[in-house]
Design a protein around this ligand. Sequence first.
Ligand SMILES: [Zn+2]
Length: 344
Amino acid sequence: MSVFEIEGVKAAPGERAFGYIETSRTASQIPIHIPFNIINGAHDGPTLLVSAAIHGAEIIGTLGLGKVLRDLDESELRGTLIAAPVGNTSAFEFGTRTTYWDGQNMNRAWNMADPEGSPTAQLQHAYITKLVGNADAHIDIHSGSPDSYVWYTIYESSRGTPETIERSKHMAIAFGLEQIFRTTPVRWHGDQEDDDPESVIPTIVPEIGGGADFLKDGKRQMEVCAEGIKNVMRLMGMLDGEITHESDKIQIVDAHDEEIWAGKDHAGIMIKDCERGDFLKKGEPYASVYHPFTGEKMAEISAPSTGIVLNTGVVWPVVPQGRWLGVLGDVVEEVSLDTIDLKW
Ligand SMILES: [Zn+2]
């Protein structure tokens, strides 16, 4: 057992500490920070990094991680949790996807990370070297923005060694949501896929809740998120207790590259004609668009490919041209929790 330290912030075994990584400064000398907590368990074990709000409007992970921080007892913990509940503070402050200071998206094009670059490039560099670089595994939590809803876990299936990818898959299953994306059109690490596979740690990206649904079940979203983090900690041997799931059967899905977008004739009021899990053939209706002033049906948005409707998409019906709407996909594997032997 030893003292765990990041950037001069130290936690002895069985203790916790809070601090900041200063990544850069704005033109008016406001420090750009990544706030983080170290919860150093009293007992030996692995180090897990959990981050959230890299996209600042996606705050369900911030809420879930806050609950985990309240619930954890460091005297019982094996290993260390590094918790960074607000990965991009200006995006969080202003409720945006992008860093307010430069308008860049911290969660795309990770290879632009640069200690001498833009504020976002410096944020990425500090995040990768000081947080990810100190961990054995990583959960980066995203969620819907105020008008969209998501409920699935992505695992990194195209980066790392085969053993790392298998570990990522087991983390995704352990997190506990029914649907897992093996591939997604929006890859988490963007064009960083040609990294040295040995340098990649097991990683999952839960996309959990948000959107208009927060009004109805926000507290549940927070609790499921917190339980998912604890489930992965149980998988990794950091916590005692049973791994819990929302369903006995878990679907592993390849999301289609061709997503559903509102085209030139699709601005207006959108009402979906299908439900999560429905099977659509290419060309079948996905949604109808109505005129907001006359109520008349103006257009149909059809499935761009044949597949099932995944648990992701826009929920607020006022839709402009060029808005991303949803994703279809193929179920490539069904995992029964009675038969799978979850391993770390
Ligand atoms: Zn996101």
